[in-house]
Design a protein around this ligand. Structure first.
Ligand code: AMP
Length: 280
């Protein structure tokens, strides 16, 4: 596996691959890789001849006061596991090369960015869409793989790709969990031992809601109430950022559960903001 840091180098490498008629799959990450990321690399491997992984903590998607400076990092570990998972190229640009001093262009999907995470992180998806567009322009992949853990993110990216006619196929990878059900996340590293032992209750709460729906419950407000009470009882130090019952494609809230409904949550536990979701 080749590790490249310069935009011109990765552009040249990808250009050469295209001349050789090789298809390219892109897996963007912020590093501190876990099984969730690796599952995407393995999936990418099935989708194209060459897998390019990017490792870039994108400052544009962090607001002032968020965890940009504290974001966990372990380069050696990432190099080892990326290679083992089958990546061919690893691109890790400097922040200064991705965002020049005069950077002034942003890509936004405001209608969809205002829901869920966008309520407390209003500039987050503008940063995500901008960096993903830049990576698409630099690498020109045939396929890009994103995790369904970040449901809103992949939904926005699908919309952006369609609206801007970006010639890339978006593939979603299933949410990968720890054995006790906690959704894998680089931010789980922020949890204390006690917080880590209670965090799987987020998944348990979602499974409880799924059971309620299967037993006939149709009301989003009743489900919200059950979720809030369950979390208050089982993770006393948690604060719920949001628990939203939405249409999985439009992300608009629904009051009555229909065939295709998504429950998405973000729960702050100590220093970690934990996301999870369940498709009912
Ligand atoms: P991140 O490094 O957190 O920006 O994530 C990079 C990619 O990995 C994104 O497409 C995420 O949705 C995906 N991802 C992160 N955690 C998981 C997980 N537990 N299961 C599946 N995909 C994940």
């Amino acid at each position: 596996m080749q590790i490249l840091t310069k935009i011109t180098e990765i552009q040249a490498a990808c250009k050469q691959l295209r001349i050789e008629n090789k298809s390219i799959a892109l897996v963007p990450t912020m590093g501190f890789l876990h099984e969730g990321h690796l599952s995407l690399i393995r999936l990418a491997k099935k989708e194209a001849d060459i897998v390019v992984v990017t490792r870039f903590v994108n400052p544009a998607q962090f607001a002032p006061g968020e965890d940009l400076d504290a974001y966990p990092n372990d380069a050696e570990h990432d190099y080892k596991v990326t290679k083992e998972a089958g990546a061919d190229l690893l691109f890790e640009p400097l922040s200064s090369s991705m965002y020049g001093e005069n950077h002034a262009t942003w890509v936004e999907v405001p209608e969809m960015a205002k829901f869920l995470c966008g309520k407390t992180r209003p500039t987050h998806f503008r940063g995500v869409c901008t960096v993903v567009t830049k990576l698409f322009n630099i690498i020109a992949p045939d396929v890009a793989v994103f995790g369904e853990k970040d449901w809103q993110q992949i939904t926005l990216i699908r919309r952006m790709v369609q609206d801007l006619n970006i010639p890339v196929r978006i593939v979603g990878g299933a949410l990968i969990r720890e054995d006790d059900g906690l959704a894998m996340s680089s931010r789980n590293a922020y949890l204390t031992k006690e917080e880590r032992s209670l965090a799987p209750h987020i998944r348990k709460a979602l499974l409880l809601l799924d059971e309620k729906v299967k037993a006939g419950e149709k009301s989003a407000s009743v489900l919200t109430d059950i979720f809030q009470k369950y979390i208050a009882k089982n993770i006393p130090m948690a604060s719920i950022d949001y628990m939203s019952v939405v249409h999985p494609d439009s992300l608009e809230s629904v009051e009555n559960i229909e065939d295709k409904t998504l429950i998405a949550v973000a729960v702050n536990v100590g220093k970690a903001r934990l996301l999870d979701n369940i498709l009912l």
